[in-house]
Design a protein around this ligand. Structure first.
Ligand code: URA
Length: 231
């Protein structure tokens, strides 16, 4: 891995701040000053210090992606573009998506290399809510809201109660579910004789999609945000 990337990934500074540190002879690789941003290091075997302080390789990473449509929720695929391919800076860290959304679904998706975190969010027993913004084909009725609250009968059984919140535009709603069945939201709309035209996930637990994050962009979660997801 490039030295500047390592230092930026470990939170030492932005790429340009890191460059300045290197220029000023503040960075050592195995005890020797290194000035080259593009010097290659091995995170597993090399010892990197800044001003003599060891920069330890943090092996857990938590990323928020504003997913664009057209990418599948997978790490690799021979034919289709995957969301992991969008996460350029963290390819070496064996990241995977936390749960799956459909290829055309947009919005909040988390990626991590922490299996326990994935389990905490995805396990149906943990009841972490996921909120989606739905643009539907037909206006959403009071009866639809009631049906969602009671649970909707699907081919794989009745869903748990879901909250459907209509907006001023009667074809737009926010739906909150605590399960993660295959194409669940689309199938629930289908079951009430409606159709999802556009689906965007906006929240997981208490963590909202960062509205400043452009489509296709990603950033690491803060420690506080990591906790918010689980609530
Ligand atoms: N429900 C769906 O129908 N699609 C998704 O991507 C997520 C939930």
């Amino acid at each position: 891995m490039r030295l500047d990337k390592y230092l930026a990934n470990m939170g030492v500074g932005t790429r340009s701040e890191v460059k300045q540190l290197l220029k000023k002879n503040k960075v050592q690789v195995n005890g020797k000053n290194e000035k080259q941003s593009k010097a290659h290091i091995n995170p597993d075997t090399d010892e990197i210090t800044v001003d003599g302080n060891l920069i330890e390789y943090v092996d857990k990473v938590y990323i928020m992606l504003n997913k664009p449509a057209g990418y599948i929720s997978a790490t690799e695929d021979e034919e289709q573009s995957t969301i992991v391919s969008l996460i350029k800076d963290f390819q070496h860290m064996k990241i995977f998506p936390v749960g799956r959304v459909g290829k055309d679904t947009e919005g909040l998706i988390l990626l991590t290399n922490d299996g326990q975190f994935n389990h905490d969010i995805m396990s149906p027993n943990k009841h972490v809510s996921k909120i989606y913004r739905v643009e539907a084909k037909n206006p959403i009725t009071d009866d639809d809201i009631k049906q969602f609250a009671e649970g909707v009968e699907l081919s794989d059984g009745k869903t748990k109660p879901a909250q459907l919140e209509r907006t001023e535009n009667e074809k737009v709603a926010f739906v909150s579910i605590r399960e993660g069945r295959y194409h669940q939201v689309k199938r629930m709309f289908h079951a009430i004789d409606n159709e999802v035209l556009n689906l965007k996930r906006v929240q997981i637990g208490k963590l909202k999609l960062d509205s400043n994050l452009p489509k296709g962009s990603y950033r690491e979660l803060t420690q506080e945000e990591i906790e918010l997801v689980k609530q």
